[in-house]
Design a protein around this ligand. Structure first.
Ligand SMILES: [Zn+2]
Length: 283
């Protein structure tokens, strides 16, 4: 009982300080961002289609709206940016773990930080073309780890006349027998996290989840939040914030997809379409 309590307190402080939890070292099994939390953490899973339907302040969308019945993107360019999109790539080259087992060629791995950065770069390039305002929270590549406090500080201290929104881009991992073992192939798909009880965060997460699932055709793991032990960047940013988990890098079949240029572009474009929807309709 006491042991368990002490471990819980240690883990709580570790999370608050933005460091790795003791059970996600490079020698341990690859563990996803959410799975770093203690096993008894309560996770609330919500079908994003219900969020859209139940939001009274959202424009009417017709009776058949849902993941499969999405309003077509409108071709109008963004003339007047409405928001400042803080784009976060989640991890750095120094982040521990966060890599796939070796592929069959015996030398290739998928590193989550590299995937996150590539997708954020692709998003940024498209937002530039669309006239959307954005800020890359951590563009540096070398000598960067998770640096959660720094990511949050940069977003919070950014001065802009626009309302700020925070989007952290990730790939997921499921528990596996060892760092060199692929996870259960049944575990795959997309989920989007938001700060618990944030109405705007929930709505933002629902919009991104809908676009991501539609664009990739991957399994819908829905939008998620939890009342305790929340993601640091969701908890500490002073703005509506979400975290997208775009497939599992330690699912062998999904990792093969995540290394492809066209799949990364598709994932980036889904983020862009979600952003354009929010720019046009507001949050
Ligand atoms: Zn991550």
């Amino acid at each position: 009982m006491w042991k368990r309590l002490i471990l819980w307190i240690q883990q709580l402080f570790t999370r608050l300080l933005g460091k790795k939890t003791p059970y996600s070292t490079p020698n341990g099994p690859p563990i996803g961002d959410a799975q770093e939390m203690p096993a008894d953490t309560v996770v609330v899973v919500i079908n994003e289609a219900e969020v859209i339907d139940s939001d009274v302040d959202h424009p009417p969308l017709g009776p058949d709206i849902g993941p499969e019945a999405v309003r077509p993107p409108q071709p109008l360019p963004i003339r007047q940016p409405r928001y400042m999109w803080c784009l976060d790539n989640g991890h750095g080259k120094l982040s521990q773990g966060k890599r796939s087992p070796l592929f069959d060629d015996g030398q290739t791995r998928l590193f989550e930080y590299e995937f996150n950065r590539d997708v954020v770069q692709r998003i940024a390039q498209r937002l530039q073309e669309e006239g959307v305002a954005f800020f890359e929270v951590m563009p540096e590549v070398e000598q960067v780890g998770n640096a959660l406090e720094e990511r949050v500080r940069r977003a919070n201290e950014l001065v802009t006349d626009l309302s700020k929104l925070f989007v952290s881009v990730h790939a997921n991992a499921a528990p596996a027998a060892s760092p060199e073992a692929w996870c259960d192939p049944a575990i795959s798909g997309i989920e989007t996290w938001f700060y618990h009880n944030s109405a705007k965060g929930k709505k933002l997460a629902a919009i991104f989840q809908r676009h991501l699932v539609r664009a990739t055709g991957w399994k819908n793991r829905h939008i998620k939040s939890q009342p305790q032990r929340q993601f640091y960047v969701l908890k500490k940013t002073h703005m509506p914030a979400i975290l997208t988990e775009n497939g599992f890098y330690n699912n062998k079949q999904q990792a093969r997809e995540l290394i492809k240029d066209e799949v990364r572009q598709k994932i980036a474009e889904a983020h862009v379409q979600a952003i354009l929807e929010v720019e046009r309709l507001g949050l």
